[in-house]
Design a protein around this ligand. Structure first.
Ligand code: SF4
Length: 334
């Protein structure tokens, strides 16, 4: 990926974070086509940006892209900052992304440290400092900075990242055919499988969402997730959360309709649920879906709204909702 347009480099780097290239490439192509310039992205509605991002996960990246596009238009006259320090003032751009944009777009002499580079440096130099601790990160950044080729920094950085992605891979490093094997500390000391080191163990919590699929004639009730939580600004069905697996009952639904929608009419439902699971980095979401048919009209207020099924395609939903919808034959993917 060597080209020199900072906007496209930024899009590419953000989309590819925690994403396989084969999965991220179609998203990158869609974004470049729909938003060819940073100004096009800035003036777009956030709902459209999230819709285009749908299925890629880590939605804060999409929200930050949109926010930063507006920062660039408002504070930098629509032009990207031209150095890594200034780039870090933009939302969602940290050390890695700022270094990548600065070196690939402007040939800044800065060492780019992504997951691939951590791995190569940890193994080649036998560094045992954890890569998820501040001290360890500093050590790797300083080493990367010392090593960067000052005459061709962009080519050097790209080569090191590619070397980690293709040669010194996480599980099956190709040491037998490696040009560095004579000097590589990890290869010499049989540490290839244990470097780099991470100190933190991910603690995952399980959350149970009991979704109510509330339908009135051809319409369905959805809500936007406005709270600071996973899937912020995406849409979903209303739900009740629990820390353990529980079932909805008629009286729970009745109370919810009254408390949240002011609905006192009759409704039909069968105590049948469809259960789906979505794995996020720090949490597992177990979603149980219950269909409820409202027999009188409901007039919801924000963040709730009643929509026709045909306008589902205009809203971005978390994957767990997409799975339920696809099982119910509403295709969200064109
Ligand atoms: S010898 Fe093996 S561990 Fe060392 S840099 Fe090469 S591929 Fe990576």
């Amino acid at each position: 990926m060597v080209h020199h347009d900072p906007y496209k480099i930024w899009l590419y780097e953000i989309i590819m974070q925690q994403t396989r290239i084969s999965q991220g490439t179609p998203y990158y192509d869609k974004f470049v086509k729909r938003f060819p310039t940073v100004k096009d992205l800035a003036v777009a509605e956030i709902d459209e940006v999230l819709k285009l991002w749908e299925g890629l996960g880590y939605y804060s990246r999409a929200r930050n892209l949109h926010y930063a596009a507006n920062q660039i238009c408002d504070s930098y006259d629509g032009k990207f900052p031209t150095n890594s320090k200034e780039l870090q003032k933009l939302k969602g751009i940290g050390k890695y992304t700022s270094a990548a944009i600065a070196t690939f777009a402007y040939d800044e002499k800065i060492g780019v440290v992504d997951g691939n580079v951590y791995r190569v440096l940890a193994r080649a130099f036998g560094i045992k400092d954890p890569i998820d601790q501040t001290e360890g990160k500093k050590k790797f950044e300083m080493l990367a900075q010392d090593l960067v080729d000052k005459t061709k920094p962009a080519i050097y950085n790209q080569a090191l990242m590619d070397f980690g992605a293709l040669q010194c891979t996480p599980k099956q490093a190709n040491c037998a055919k490696c040009t560095m094997k004579k000097t590589c500390v990890a290869h010499d000391k049989n540490l290839v499988g244990s470097l780099p080191i991470k100190s933190k163990k991910l603690i995952k919590k399980i959350r149970y969402f009991n979704y109510m699929v509330l339908e009135f004639k051809t319409k369905t009730l959805i809500r936007q997730r406005i709270e600071k939580d996973v899937w912020q600004l995406l849409y979903e069905y209303p739900y009740l959360e629990d820390t353990k697996s529980t079932n909805l009952t008629r009286s729970i639904i009745n109370n919810w309709l009254s408390d949240y929608l002011g609905y006192e009419g009759r409704f039909r439902w069968k105590n049948e649920q469809k259960v789906y699971k979505q794995q996020l980095t720090h949490q597992t979401i177990i979603g149980s879906f219950y269909k409820v048919e409202l027999l009188a009209k409901v007039v919801p207020s924000s963040p709730y709204k009643l929509i026709d099924k045909i306008s589902f395609d205009k809203h971005a939903f978390p994957k767990i909702i997409d799975c339920y919808l696809n099982d119910n034959s509403i295709s969200l993917f064109k």
